[in-house]
Design a protein around this ligand. Sequence first.
Ligand code: NI
Length: 214
Amino acid sequence: MRNTPLIIGAVAAALSLVIGAVLVTRFHAPEPPQQAASSGTVTSQAEEDGVTLGGPFNLETTGGARFTDADLAGKPYAIFFGFTYCPDVCPTTLNDLAGWMDELGPQAGALRYVFVTVDPERDDIETMTRYARAFSERIIPLTGTPEEIEAILDAYKIYAAKVPLEDGDYTMNHTAAIYLMGADGGFADVISYKDEAETAVRKLRALADAAPVS
Ligand code: NI
């Protein structure tokens, strides 16, 4: 498709309107995103209300227990979307995140850390749990049915799409930013893939500082 640059341009503009100048997304594969048609409505709402991210979800966590947005209420959290077959960005990001937690020290406990799959067909909860624990026991793994995952991707304005590989397998393009959400579940900040460790730790510390004292 030779006209994709135009589409990408429109998509990039729409996305940046939605999320604002702070958000930098990175997509894994060189093939650019073909965005969903919902950007227009999202944009107009974002223009009215400012950044709106997050919302209700109902997913599966370790041991097969259900885990919903209510389980995150009252404490700030960092949420990242990816998949266990990811060759580079996801393992790098989760490894970095675990290192930043170490730098936060005791303050790391003021936050929660959530890893949601964008590839529910391959990432069952056992796979997700094993993967998350390889980086940190603190990371909460979440998966669900394709419909349940679609709902949380919509809520958090996460782009994710399958990219077929030559061997018949597939990989995923997906938004690679970590969203930082306040104790009220509202969007607070974002750590982009390009942020230096110092910046990322400062943002996490600010989120922890703003946490209600329990
Ligand atoms: Ni990834």
